[in-house]
Structure formats: C-alpha cells, structure tokens
Design a binder for this molecule. Structure first.
Ligand code: WT7
Length: 631
C-alpha cells in the first residue's frame, strides 16, 4: 500500500491524485482482493447526485480482512478488548479467532433467514461481538445499521422503521461506568412499533433479568452453538450497500447515510494507514463508540483492513478513576491513541495527578476528531499525554464523508494547534462565498465544499435520494456541501470554524436543533420552543432551550426538570438541554421565522450587540428574554 513517508512525498501524492484521480485510486484499489475487476474507476455527477467507484467490480470487504491475512497474521491480535471494569479479564481475538467468530455468526444470521440486502440493526455495547455482528453482516451481504446504545426507544424505533430492519442484535444490558443499563427493555419498547422485525439476537453481558419473547428473541450463545466456523463470503458489487448510519441534520428527522462497499474499503484503509502512520505490530486505540462513524471507519474497517491490532474499550474515561485511559495505554502498550476534544477537556478538569502513575511511553501518535479542538486542550494533550514528543492529528471529517478528509499525516505534516491542516490525497476542498463564488488563494473564509468525488463519500440517504440531493448538493450546485465554515490561513492550512446550519456539536455528537425542539414540544405544557448552541467549556457546545409554556400548573423548576426528562425519553441523554429558560415569547420575523441569531447571542451571555431588531414582529420580547436570561 502506498504510504506517505515524507512531506514532499505528500505533495507528490497529492498532485498525482488531483491531476489523474482515476489512475491514483485505481493503483490503490489494485492492492485489494477483488473477485472481479472493475470496468471503470469512476462514474459521477453531482447534479443527481450519482457517484460510482470501481464500477462493476465484485468483492467482499471481509475477504480483504480475513482471507487476506489469515496465513500471515492468523495468530496476531486483531481486537484487544478492554472491559468497563478493570477487574474483569480483557480479551484478545486473533485474526483467526475473529474470522471464526464472524463465520459462526454469519451462519447464525443465515439460519434466522437473513439474506443479502436485508437490514440488520445493531444496538449493542462495546464488546467484540458488536464487531463480529458488523462483519458478519458484511460477510453475507446484509446491510448493518448500528444505533448508538445510548439512544432512547423512540430514536431506536424511528431508525428501525426507516430502514425496515428484519433483525435487531442487542444485549441483556450494558455496563457503562458504575451503571448497568437495561437495553433489552429499550429494545422491547421500540419493537412494539416495528412490525418489520422478525427476530432479535440477545448477547448475555450483564446477566440482567430480561423478558425473552418466544418466537422472536434468541440468545446469541444459542444461535451460534451448532454453527460452523466456515462461511463463504457473499459476492458483492462495489456499489452494493455496506451500511446505513443515521445522523442528525437541520430538519427534525435523522437521515440514513448510505455507504457502499468498494470505495469505502479502499478509502478507510488508505486513510487509516497514512494519517496514523500505523506500523505493523503497533497497537492502535480509538475511543469512539461503534454507534458513530468514527467507530465504523477507525475502530473496525480501516484498522482491520490494514491488518492492525485495534483496541476496543467498553467503558468511560472516568471509571473507576480519571486515569483509566492512561492505565489502558500502559497496560496494552498503545501506540496510536485517537479521541475527542470533549474527552480531553473533561479529563483536563481532573488535573495532571491522574496521569502521574502512568508512563505513556508507548505512545507515538495522538489524534482528535469530532469538533474543533481549542488551543488549551491541544497543548494539554500534547504536553501531558504526548510528553511533547507525539504529533497530534486533528482529523476533520463527517458521517457522510466515510473517512478523514482533512488532517495532518502524523509526524510528517507540521501541525498547528486547532488546525486540521491539509487535505488528504484525492480530496479537493474549495471555499465558496455565500453566492457560490470560489475564494482562491490563502487567508480566506467561507463555506467548505468538495468539488470532486472521493471513494468513501455517501451515495444517498436511505429511502429518500431527493433528501440527499437537497441537503448536500443543492446549496452550491456542482459541489458537495459540508455544512461547515472554514478558514484557509496564510499558510494554506484549514481551520474548521463550525457549522453554518442549525446543527450543534455537543461533545463531538451532532444534534439537530429541530430534533431537540420537537422532543421538547412533546411536553404537554410546552407551547413553543427554540434551541440553540452556546459555548460550553467541556462539551464544546451546550444545548440552550428557550421555552414558552403554560406556567399555571407547575413550578418553573419542576417544569424544567420534566422537560429535560422528556428529551431524555424521546432522544436520549446526549440531547438533554444544559439550560432551559422559560420565556414569554420568541423573537420572530414578520414571516414568522424565529430569529436564532438573537437567541444565540443571548445564550452565549453576550447581549451587547444584537443587531437590528426593528424588523421583528415583536421587538419588545427581546428585552423580556434578556431579563429572563439575566444578560
Ligand atoms: C461534523 C461531523 C467525523 C466523525 C465524528 C463527527 C465537526 C468533525 C472535526 C474537526 C472541527 C470537526 C464538523 C463536521 N467536526 N471533526 N477535527 N475539527 N470540527 O462526525 O457527527 O458526522 O459530525 O463534526 O462540524 O461537519 P459527525
């Protein structure tokens, strides 16, 4: 695999990838195992949009992990699994172990009538079986849709219904820090509304007492019991769907982002090896959850396609103590460590004492993802975790991009705190002003778009192609629009400034403000609400809800509590507003649109310069809100 080893090598590769993209990607695709070669490297237009990579190529992504590595790496650890509680034994699955487990579970899925093209929802904790589940789906051509196990039954049901899943894979419970979460109950509740689901497979993890519905629910250990450890990989077209992953947007309903097989495989492996400079034998650890794209691309697919050892951690950064991450780094001699700025900031608040007992001398590369990293957190990470000797890769990408698009190459690209720096080979970012004019040169700021396809980009939004076109390809015709604002500085380095749409980034998780508003509005006493993001020391952005409510029946305090609980029930804990302010009205334009700009200012505690409010339908309400907010 062509690996970049010098900064001039990067420019050389980048240049080739821009001048002859097809040739560039073809050369990389040739290093994989295909059952049948493609007839054409790329067919595309961004109008429909229609993007096809390695057209007519046939393959199975799991053959590029297992059949490929079995003879050379059969005994090498593929997954090191570290449990929530350090007192429980960790597990190591070699490439051969994982291969056999995947085959057994593939056969089990077949035995419950899962066939190529069926959708399988995975709602599981961070255990090796979750990886086995994903890979087994890929092996038999079923389309997985992992749902983060922190989502509520309503959110889970919405996703199951949208993709009409036939099977749900789950567990009897999840360990998360000091808590045990009864996830099977959540699934049971969700399934009351999901007639498409014929069966569930339940992994025993916590030994929680649960209901097993006869004829629908089966234990994981039972379904695999008599299955063979051999299973032929289904032949997939390069453009067959590999998975659907739901993500929030500016409208209320999450979208099912669709990724396909061939291009995703090529790009995740290529980007993994280059960005992290993974060397054979290294231990790589990404702390994300498999419920997010980071978990898909850089815990499972990218690392395993590269024959790496990937660490999976079930727990949380602060249990049983705030040195847990660093304990794991030493215990398993982790070489590359990839986490989110929010985790760094949260650990930063515990000071440096929790780090002191650990050497951290195995670390070579540090990474961040999910949100802009502030300079202070960057320096803390660099100084106290990397001991001033590990490069930090600040990786910018999205659920829709499938893989990292803008990032330093570890140890090769000179870094600058809070800059994602430069595009990877094959990526052609452009900055457009609001009229769609490209801003050339350096020291410019505007809408971040990509003007040429890359192999792991989304192909559609499940069941609604028009929505994909509308959301990503219509604001700036001919371009993929990311929804982010970016600055290209005087050195040509990219710095992501944030979202332009009504999406907020809470602890590296994307939340649509409309989604949270819809949940708040479910409370019977709420009349109307408006949600905005505001700067939050640890989460990056916090959720601020302005609410108009019938105040005749509750104290303000209990109403606020109930609203938080409503959001928790409808979406999940990650969407609970940090602040809720009961207000007499919301600032609206004459056409009835809420002026969020004003609310954002007030939410950030700065009401000094609210701009022109005279065009509002109800300018007097601004003073009332300011008073309520105490700004
Ligand atoms: C949005 C995508 C990609 C996996 C995790 C999030 C923001 C992501 C960075 C970064 C600044 C970043 C963007 C992007 N974002 N990485 N390194 N610096 N912002 O995936 O949930 O699809 O969210 O996260 O705003 O659009 P996601």
């Amino acid at each position: 695999m062509p690996k970049i080893t010098t900064f001039s090598g990067y420019f050389h590769e980048y240049q080739k990838s821009i001048v002859q993209p097809q040739k560039f990607w073809e050369r990389i695709a040739e290093t994989f195992h295909w059952k049948k070669r493609w007839t054409n490297v790329l067919d595309w237009n961004f109008e429909e949009p229609s993007v096809k990579w390695f057209v007519d190529g046939k393959l199975n992504i799991t053959e590029n992990i297992f059949e490929r590595f079995l003879y050379t790496k059969g005994d090498q650890p593929a997954i090191i699994w570290e449990p929530n509680n350090p007192k429980e034994a960790y597990r190591v699955l070699t490439y051969r172990d994982l291969y056999e487990e995947v085959n057994r579970f593939s056969n089990a899925l077949k035995s419950i009538a899962v066939v190529k093209g069926d959708r399988v929802v995975i709602y599981m904790p961070m255990v090796p079986e979750a990886a086995v589940a994903m890979l087994a789906c890929a092996r038999i051509g079923a389309i997985h849709s992992v749902v983060f196990a922190g989502f509520s039954s309503t959110s889970l049901a919405d996703r199951i219904k949208d993709c009409k899943a036939k099977v749900v894979l789950t567990s009897d419970g999840n360990f998360r820090g000091a808590k045990t979460i009864p996830v099977k109950d959540v699934v049971d509740e969700a399934l009351e509304k999901c007639p498409s689901v014929k069966s569930t497979v339940v992994l025993k993890r916590t030994n929680t007492e649960i209901n097993m519905r006869v004829g629908r629910d089966m234990w994981w250990h039972d379904v695999i019991e008599n299955e063979s450890t051999e299973c032929n990989a289904e032949t997939m077209d390069s453009e067959d769907m590999l998975f659907i992953l739901y993500t929030s947007g500016s409208t209320g309903k999450p979208k099912g982002v669709v990724h396909t097989t061939g291009g995703y495989m090529v790009y995740t492996k290529y980007s993994f090896e280059n960005v992290f400079q993974y060397q054979q034998g290294d231990v790589y650890w990404c702390t994300a959850d498999i419920g997010w794209i980071t978990g898909h691309s850089y815990i499972i697919y990218g690392p395993l396609l590269a024959g790496a050892t990937t660490l999976m951690f079930e727990g949380v950064p602060t249990f049983p103590h705030p040195g847990r991450f660093w304990e794991i780094v030493d215990k398993h001699q982790v070489n590359q460590f990839y986490t989110a700025p929010t985790a760094i900031r949260a650990l930063q608040t515990h000071g440096i004492e929790p780090i002191a007992p650990f050497k951290l001398d195995s670390l070579k590369v540090l990474g961040t993802v999910g949100e802009p990293i502030n300079e202070e957190a960057w320096h803390w990470y660099h100084d106290h975790i990397g001991k001033n000797r590990c490069p930090i890769v600040d990786t910018w990408w999205q659920t829709e991009t499938g893989g990292i698009l803008v990032s330093p190459i570890a140890g090769i690209t000179p870094t600058k705190p809070s800059y994602a720096t430069m595009p990877l080979p094959g990526i052609q970012p452009v900055i457009l002003d609001n009229e769609g004019n490209e801003l050339f040169g350096n020291s410019v700021e505007g809408n971040l778009c990509i003007k040429f396809p890359w192999p792991s980009m989304l192909r559609t939004t499940y069941g609604d192609h028009e929505r994909c076109r509308q959301t990503y390809f219509s604001s700036f015709p001919g371009y993929y629009f990311t929804g982010d604002v970016v600055r290209r500085d005087e050195d040509g380095y990219y710095r992501i400034l944030g979202r332009v749409d009504d999406v907020i980034n809470v602890s590296g998780h994307r939340m649509g403000t409309a989604e949270v508003e819809n949940a708040i509005d479910e409370h019977p006493l709420v009349i109307e609400s408006a949600v905005v993001g505001y700067p939050h020391d640890i989460k990056g952005q916090g959720i601020f809800a302005f609410v108009i409510a019938d105040m005749s029946q509750r104290s303000e305090e209990s109403l606020i509590q109930e609203i938080r609980e409503t959001v928790n029930r409808i979406i999940g804990p990650i969407a609970k507003p940090d602040k809720i302010l009961v207000v007499p009205g919301l600032p609206k334009t004459r056409s009835g649109k809420i002026m969020r700009r004003i609310l954002r200012k007030i939410a950030s505690g700065d009401a000094s310069n609210l701009g022109d409010t005279s065009t509002l339908l109800n300018p007097e309400v601004v003073e009332d809100i300011k008073k309520a907010a105490g700004v």
